[in-house]
Design a protein around this ligand. Structure first.
Ligand code: HGY
Ligand code: MN
Ligand code: MN
Length: 425
């Protein structure tokens, strides 16, 4: 699949300006972005995104989980659109680029095609997926997972945040519960641009990561029940839930490290019920995130962690409930789409290498139902899910150029040598 416009480039300044303009919605004093899914900040950025897509001549549709689909017509609108895009929600300590780069680079691709008067054969569909981060509502990549058939819409609409607000109520609160059935909008392929959220590209001084696989992800909810007691209780009489959790955290670190570099594990949330300085903690809720690119290692991690938890429960005389709440097997992206990304990178002269994604992405869900691949660009020190997250304008532009040319290769450009001047209405 080759495209006929090798020198076409996106407008790097315009993309950079969009990234910084949208960072105002949930911007934090430290230069990060706190824009939890379906929050007021998310509503503002969604409105900005809708207006920008409509100004670029796209028709914007919203599905029942709030995912937004901006359609740029092609010569043959009977063909399934080529999907590009990512997400606009962030972590509580998020940065300016995670998800935002891929979504706004998709907008920049559309603007560039408009400026050049290029008509693609197949339409282009720019997507903003609802709740990629999974921070406010579990699981992560929720809406793209429902699009791929991993969850029912009713199940997702009923998921609650820590205040007991459901996804459905939050969608209604910001006016983004759309009418389009989830999964109805077919796509011919999907390509997602994203920062690497890891150190490899920067360390190897590579501009582009051609993502061929994604790690598998396991999420768990845990609850430890010990016994609240006075802080003067002698040590041997205690059933301390926090000490038990501390043993779990160290055991999980040891188990993941034993499988390094093919495994990582994180306990990222801990809630002590009725915390008090002079009460031995009796009730704790916690969550766990475990990842590996290898399915057999995922299975081993699950059983090693479960047996460690059983031993700790016995040793610490506490009850521990430990429930799997999400299992995302490793992703192997579509070889033809991976090749389109690799060929675009080479044609544009960018240094590039194949890479495995450590983070989960909407593209990992799409891959189950649509030929999909991803493009990575470096981020500073590999840092992400941190307000210091940073990337360079040049790398963002390079990623967007690869996205442009991969999309052109997949969508096809007019058969004739000269490209008819088309300004979407
Ligand atoms: O958890 C992830 O990998 C993604 O950032 N939501
Ligand atoms: Mn992301
Ligand atoms: Mn993220």
């Amino acid at each position: 699949m080759t495209n006929r416009l090798p020198n076409l480039q996106i407008n790097a300044e315009r993309l950079w300006s969009d990234i910084h303009e949208t960072a105002q919605f949930g911007g934090t004093p430290k230069g990060g972005v706190r824009r939890l899914t379906l929050s007021e900040e998310d509503r503002l950025v969604r409105n900005w995104f809708r207006n920008a897509c409509e100004a670029a001549g796209c028709e914007v549709h919203v599905d029942a989980l709030g995912s937004m689909f901006a359609i740029r017509p092609g010569r043959d609108n009977g063909k399934p659109p080529i999907g590009i895009g990512s997400h606009l929600d962030t972590q509580p300590t998020g940065g300016k680029f995670d998800g935002v780069l891929g979504t706004l680079a998709g907008l920049e691709v559309i603007r560039t095609l408009n400026d050049a008067g290029i008509e693609t054969d197949a339409p282009i569909c720019l997507v903003n997926w609802t709740n990629e981060e999974g921070s406010r509502f579990a699981p992560a990549m929720m809406a793209s997972g429902a699009y791929a058939g991993d969850f029912t819409v009713d199940d997702i609409l009923s998921r609650e945040d820590s205040d007991g607000v459901t996804v459905g109520e939050a969608l209604d609160a910001i006016g983004y519960r759309g009418s389009e059935p989830v999964g109805q909008r077919q796509l011919g392929a999907f390509v997602e641009l994203h920062i690497e959220q890891g150190p490899i590209l920067e360390r190897e001084n590579k501009t582009i990561g051609v993502v061929e696989r994604g790690q598998g992800i396991l999420w768990y909810d845990g609850r430890i029940t010990g016994f609240e007691r006075h802080a003067s209780t002698p040590m041997e009489y205690r059933q301390d839930a926090l000490v038990a959790l501390s043993e779990i955290v160290l055991a999980v670190e040891r188990i993941a490290s034993a499988h390094a570099p093919q495994a990582v594990a994180t306990v990222g949330e801990v809630v002590i019920a009725n915390p008090s300085r002079n009460v031995v903690p009796g009730e704790i809720a916690f969550t766990m995130d475990v990842r590996s690119p290898d399915e057999a290692i995922m299975t081993a991690l699950d059983s090693d962690i479960r047996s460690a938890i059983a031993d700790i429960a016995m040793l610490r005389k506490v009850a521990i409930a430990f429930e799997s709440v999400w299992c995302k097997p490793p992703t192997i992206f579509n070889p033809a789409v991976v090749t389109a990304v690799e060929q675009a990178s080479a044609a544009l002269g960018y240094s590039h290498r194949r890479i495995i994604s450590g983070a989960g992405h909407d593209a990992c869900n799409l891959n189950a139902v649509v030929p999909t691949a991803m493009i990575f660009v470096p981020c500073k020190d590999g840092i992400s899910h941190n307000e210091l997250e940073d990337a360079t304008q040049a790398d963002c532009a390079a990623g967007a150029n690869v996205l442009l040319h991969a999309a052109l290769a997949l969508a096809g450009v007019s058969a004739s040598g000269d490209v008819p001047t088309v300004r979407p209405s």
